[in-house]
Every structure is written in structure tokens, then in C-alpha cells.
Ligand binder design. Structure first.
Ligand code: ADP
Ligand code: MG
Length: 685
């Protein structure tokens, strides 16, 4: 097995230079190469007769060349070489451009295999720049399937095929299959060596299907199994803290809220309170569209903890959001003696030390923070409730790390990203789910428009009008790639050009991930206080930020964002009493883009949008790069592979039931190892 960890550099045909190119594709070891799956296949149907040639098709023929080739030079720099060939049903002309040597390459007394796209010119069937090889029956007859790989600069399709073929040759048939024969038989799974060899170089369409099925099964199996083990662990720790609180205080708190709770909020709060006092350990996902009012649900849970003598912690993905939560929680708790504090990476060391020591002494009741709160030296006094907000930004591992801060604390995870049911089962198989399926009353649906970039000056005019009416606007600048450095740069450029140009007379603000924490904070505060009219920003404002007077969200290059992300961004507006607008600037180049923009302009419903997004782009892209907290799927597609997922569920259950059976031992060990490796890859936001 050690062979699999061998560097790709030592594969035939790969040296240091290619190795470094391959590493850009994530191929570093022999194993990576074997699991670098084709994105598609080129299928050569068998040999055709010329009589059956269809214009426009790619096809192969076995022919002899007639007489001699002729070459013409219709103009400087262009040589056209034409050679007639035949089989027993008709004629075909091979045509090569600027390859005069072809005329000397072939003989009249041999059979050749020719392949290319069929064109019809002047009533003649032609193949342009065809592939020509001496015909060998064993090589050319029958169906041929070739892999098509995603590539990078300096690696051609042919290189890649050779590299993968060498990698396969190296391990040839010697890989150990983690799935025991009994499981393979029960679930009709192809053997591992067969699967890997046939996913790359399928011998038949049928063997490709079998190979794919096995690899999809395998991929889903490891994740499902690991999550099931986690769930089991949670269930073993079922015994939960029993919270007991003074009901009149809680009622008082609710009555003092600046609004009355929606029925959906009440229902979910009920479910939460039920868990907290039941003695059962709470593991609950709270799902609610942007603006549905999840924060106050969290606040109520935390208040119960405080009243029961426990601390709570709320982990959020960005510093801006942490500070925003701090201020809204302080507001909500202003009539109580609850102590709320914040811990983020950007704080001064002395401040951090102060917060940490007050946490340990039990002086702080509620802590809000970024992943700074899961660092080792953060020690709670009596942690009873842990919450993650905007859960999709965190991985399973961080959720676990947060939990480990207390002794079996209750857990609540909040997500504005409406996750379709299949995906939710995969991601959160270990959680109970509550849904806030109602928005607070009086919210006017956001009006969304899609415009081409040529209308930018009209968009700027619209910004002007909103500002003149006393409103504020966000402008999200193009997402160049998933890189904070480059995105920040593009925000700076947009900011500079607007400040020196069309919006020179307005109060503009700039916000991006590379700014110092206190600068971000100042800018956000100024925007919240109405001292900035237009905030030009990267996607750092995507999650959670709440400024009710902002009514306009302009998103440039909207086609580069996932629908779920666009919906999140749009959710930053429409939080106050005024009509809100979202303008998506996108030049339509494909029907897919048009379709996506149409969904956004038609729907304000996050769940609906998420389902559509999943259908259009598949789960790999859903939520943008690596945001769902699971490793990206290499081959599985949850939409297409639902049936396999069901079988995986069944297999996992069956294996867990008889896990002590020695035949499953290595599979179980491998699962744990693999899962640990994968979650280690998940990026921290
Ligand atoms: P999200 O679910 O996106 O986290 P928030 O908790 O930030 O939503 O709430 C969005 C806004 O709605 C906040 O300004 C909050 O004060 C307000 N809000 C929450 N619940 C209600 C309600 N029941 N009635 C009116 N406004 C509410
Ligand atoms: Mg929120």
C-alpha cells in the first residue's frame, strides 16, 4: 500500500517539471493519479463503411489509398494535400493542411485506419486532418473509449492519458480492496482494481458503468460511514444537561423584545426549550432563510443557559459578523444582567487575555467569536450551550472542536443556506432539524433585476436616486477567483474608480478581507450608522450582516456566483421598511447563465433557489467552493446517484450492526483514517 503514497514524479514520463504542473491539479502521489477521474469520454464507435458515412460525424474507416496524393498552394503559407482513398463501398478524400509530408507517408498496398470528422465539399466526402494509422485489427476494431481529463497548462490530453496509464501499470491488479467480497457481492460492486482501470480506460460501456458505480458507492460510503460513527458517538453521549430556568424572566425577556415573534420562531423556540429541559442532549440544526430571525432564537436559548447557570458560546465565520452579533446581543440583553463578550483574532492581545480569564472565572455568560473561540487556551467555566451560526462555512471538525470545549454541552447549528433534503441528510445526518419557514411580517419582497454591463451607468444612476432618498447601497465587486488577495484588489480598484469618477460626490466605503480588523470594524460601523452611502465590498459581507437602511444590492459579474451565494448576498437588503432592490449585472453568454439569472429575478425563496441551483450545477459546485464543510465529491453526484446513496445507507447500517465481524475490521479502520484525512483538508474561513 505504501506504493500508493509514492510521489508522482517517479512515474514513467513524469519528471520534476511535470510533477509540479500535476500538483496544480491535486496530483501529488500515485494514489492521486489513480483517483484523478476523467470528466468525460470520447467514444469511437467501430469501423464504418464509407457508404454509411454521415456528414458532421466523427467516424473511423479502414481504407486503401488510391494512386498518389496531390498538393496545392492556393496562397502563400497554405498547402493543401489531398489523397483519395476507398473501401469496398465508396470513396473518401483525406485532406491535410500544411502537412505536405503526408504525401510520402502512405503506400497503395496497405490497409489504413483513418479517423476524423466527415465533411462534404463539392459532393465529395472529406476527412480534414484525419488520424491515419496502419490498420491492425486487434487495435482498431470494435468500440474504443478514451478518457478526457481536466487539464492544466503544459499537460496535454495525451500526456495525461500516458501518465494515468503508467500509474495503472505500476499497481496493476495489486491493489487491496477495502470492501470484503461479501459486501461486493451483496451490493453488486465491481472489484477495486477493475474499477480503477475501467474508469480510466473502459473496455466496454458496460464496464465503465460498473466501474463508476463502484467508485461512487465507495466515495459516498466513507462519508456516510464516518458521519454515522459521529452520530453514534453523539447518541452515546445522549445524557444532556438539564436546564432549569425562571419562566417569568424568560417571559419578561420575550415581552421586552422590540417585535413580536413570528409563529415559526415560536415553534422553533419551543422545540429548543423542550430539548434543553428534557435531559436529552440537544443536537439541533435551525434552518431559516436569510432574515427569518434566527439570532433571536439563539439568544433565547442562550438566555435559558444563563438562567440555568451555564455559559454559552456562539461561533460565526467572520469578524464582522461576530461584532455585529455582539452589538445586537448586547441590545437584546440590555435589560438583563447577562454579560456578553466577543473574541476574534483581530483583538489586541491584552483584550483577548482579559476575555479569556473572565471566561475561565465564569464572569462572562455569553461569548461570540470567530474560530478564535476553539483555540486551545480558551477555557470555559461551565459551558452549557454551543452554537454555530452560518454553519455552511464550518466543517464537521470545527463543530466537534467547539463541542469539546464543554462537557457534553447542548448544541445548536444555524444555517441560512437552505440545504436540499438529500444533501442535508448527508451533511447533518447526526442532527435534528427545525425550520423557521416564515419571514417577519411587513417585509416587502426584494425586487431583483438582471441587467447587462452596458447598462452600468443606469445602475449608478439608480444608486444615486436611492441615496438621495436617504437609503444606502452595497456594491459587490467581481469575484475573480476564490482568493482573498485578488478579490480585495478588485474591490480596491472599483472603489478608486468610482471615487474618482461617477460617484465622486458620495460617501463611499470600502470593505475587503485584507483590511485590518479594526478598519473593517470602523467601516462597518460607519455604514451601519449611515455615515457611508455606498459600501463597495467583496463577498465578506455575504453572511449575516444586518443594516436595515440599506435597500440596494448591486452585484457585478453575477454570473460568477452560485445561486445560493447570490441569495445570501441579496439577503443583506430588505431588512427594513423600505422597498429593497437587487441588481445583478451579468452579460449572458450561455443559456445556463440566462436560466440562473431568471431564477434569481423570479424567486425570493431560498429553498426553491437552492433546489434549482443543485439541478443546474450539481452538488459539487453548490454553495461555491468547499463551503459545505464536506470534501468535494470526486465522482458522486447526489442528484444522479440517489439510488446508490440509498444502497450506501443500507450497507452502512448493515456493517455497523455486525461491526465486530473481523471481515469488516480493515474497512472500518480505513474509513476513520480516510475521513480524518479529508476533514483535515477543509479550509478554515
Ligand atoms: P437571520 O435569520 O438572517 O440571522 P436575523 O436574526 O439577523 O436574521 O434577523 C433579521 C432582522 O429581523 C433583524 O433586524 C431582527 O431584529 C429582525 N427580526 C427578527 N425577528 C423578527 C420578528 N419576529 N419581527 C420583526 N423583526 C424581526
Ligand atoms: Mg443570521
Amino acid at each position: 500500500m505504501e506504493a500508493l503514497k509514492q510521489s508522482i514524479q517517479y512515474i514513467k514520463g513524469v519528471g520534476p517539471k511535470r510533477a509540479s504542473r500535476l500538483s496544480k491539479l491535486g496530483i501529488k502521489t500515485l494514489q492521486d493519479a489513480l483517483y484523478y477521474f476523467p470528466r468525460d469520454y470520447e467514444i469511437w464507435q467501430g469501423i464504418k463503411k464509407i457508404r454509411d458515412a454521415v456528414r458532421g460525424d466523427e467516424a473511423s474507416f479502414v481504407v486503401t489509398f488510391d494512386g498518389r496524393a496531390s498538393s496545392q498552394r492556393p496562397r502563400r503559407g497554405l498547402t493543401i494535400t489531398t489523397w483519395r482513398c476507398r473501401d469496398d463501398t465508396g470513396y473518401l478524400w483525406c485532406v491535410w493542411f500544411n502537412q505536405p509530408y503526408r504525401a510520402r507517408l502512405y503506400r497503395n498496398d496497405k490497409l489504413y485506419f483513418v479517423r476524423g470528422k466527415i465533411e462534404a465539399k463539392y459532393g465529395m466526402l472529406q476527412l480534414h486532418n484525419p488520424v491515419v494509422e496502419e490498420y491492425i485489427s486487434s487495435k482498431h476494431d470494435g468500440l474504443k473509449i478514451f478518457p478526457i481529463y481536466p487539464l492544466t497548462e503544459g499537460i496535454t490530453q495525451k500526456d495525461m492519458r500516458n501518465i494515468i496509464a503508467s500509474a495503472l501499470e505500476k499497481v496493476e491488479g495489486s491493489l487491496n480492496d477495502e470492501f470484503p467480497a461479501s459486501i461486493r457481492k451483496a451490493f453488486r460492486l465491481a472489484e477495486k482494481n477493475f474499477a480503477l482501470s475501467n474508469i480510466h480506460f473502459p473496455r466496454t460501456v458496460e464496464s465503465l458503468k460498473e466501474a463508476r458505480r463502484r467508485l461512487v458507492f465507495e466515495e459516498l460510503f466513507y462519508i456516510k460511514m464516518a458521519l454515522s460513527l459521529m452520530r453514534e458517538k453523539n447518541q452515546m453521549e445522549q445524557q444532556g444537561l438539564v436546564f432549569k430556568w425562571d419562566h417569568s424572566k424568560l417571559e419578561n425577556f420575550i415581552n421586552n423584545l422590540p417585535f413580536s415573534l413570528t409563529n415559526a420562531q415560536k415553534k422553533v423556540i419551543d422545540e429548543v426549550l423542550q430539548d434543553l429541559k428534557s435531559g436529552k442532549l440537544m443536537n439541533r440544526l435551525i434552518q431559516g432563510d436569510v432574515g427569518s430571525g434566527k439570532t433571536v432564537v439563539a439568544a433565547l436559548g442562550m438566555y435559558c443557559a444563563v438562567l440555568s447557570g451555564y455559559q454559552s458560546v456562539m461561533m460565526v465565520p467572520t469578524e464582522i459578523l461576530a461584532r455585529q452579533h455582539l452589538s445586537s446581543l448586547k441590545n437584546l440583553f440590555s435589560n438583563t444582567d447577562v454579560k456578553v463578550e466577543c473574541l476574534v483574532g483581530g483583538m489586541k492581545n491584552s483584550e483577548k487575555e482579559d476575555v479569556k480569564s473572565r471566561l475561565t472565572s465564569g464572569d462572562i455568560d455569553i461569548l461570540v467569536g470567530t474560530h478564535a473561540v476553539i483555540e486551545d487556551d480558551v477555557i470555559f467555566n461551565r459551558l452549557g450551550l454551543v452554537i454555530t451560526d452560518e454553519q455552511h462555512r464550518f466543517g464537521v471538525r470545527q463543530r466537534a472542536a467547539l463541542k469539546d470545549k464543554g462537557q457534553f454541552p447542548h448544541m445548536m447549528v444555524m444555517s441560512a443556506t437552505p440545504i436540499p433534503r438529500t444533501l442535508a441528510l448527508m451533511l447533518y445526518g447526526d442532527l435534528d432539524v427545525s425550520v423557521i419557514d416564515e419571514l417577519p411580517p411587513g417585509r416587502k419582497p426584494i425586487k431583483t433585476y438582471h441587467v447587462p454591463s452596458s447598462m452600468k451607468s443606469r445602475v449608478l444612476e439608480f444608486i444615486r436616486r436611492q441615496v438621495a432618498e436617504g437609503r444606502q447601497a452595497y456594491m459587490v465587486c467581481p469575484l475573480v477567483e476564490e482568493s482573498e488577495v485578488i478579490d480585495s484588489q478588485s474591490a480596491v480598484e472599483l472603489f478608486e474608480s468610482l471615487r474618482n469618477g461617477e460617484l465622486a460626490d458620495m460617501r463611499l466605503g470600502l470593505l475587503h478581507g485584507r483590511m485590518k480588523p479594526h478598519e473593517k470594524e470602523q467601516t462597518m460601523e460607519a455604514f451601519a450608522n449611515g455615515q457611508i452611502d455606498v459600501l463597495i465590498s467583496t463577498t465578506v459581507i455575504e453572511v449575516g450582516v444586518n443594516v436595515p437602511n440599506a435597500t440596494l444590492m448591486v452585484i457585478e459579474n453575477a454570473e460568477r456566483f452560485g445561486l445560493a451565494q447570490l441569495h445570501q448576498l441579496r439577503g443583506r437588503v430588505g431588512r427594513g421598511d423600505h422597498q429593497a432592490y437587487c441588481i445583478l449585472i451579468a452579460d449572458v453568454k450561455t443559456t445556463e447563465v440566462r436560466e440562473r439569472m431568471k431564477i434569481m429575478t423570479k424567486s425570493n425563496n431560498g429553498f426553491e433557489i437552492a433546489e434549482k441551483d443543485l439541478q443546474l450545477r450539481g452538488p459539487g459546485d453548490f454553495l461555491g467552493v468547499k463551503q459545505h464543510g464536506l470534501p468535494e465529491f470526486k465522482i458522486a453526484n447526489l442528484l444522479r446517484d440517489m439510488e446508490i446513496l440509498k444502497e450506501v445507507d443500507y450497507a452502512v447500517k448493515r456493517i455497523l450492526q455486525s461491526r465486530d465481524d473481523p471481515q469488516y475490521q480493515s474497512l472500518m479502520e480505513y474509513t476513520v483514517k480516510k475521513f480524518n484525512e479529508q476533514i483535515a483538508e477543509i479550509t478554515l474561513n
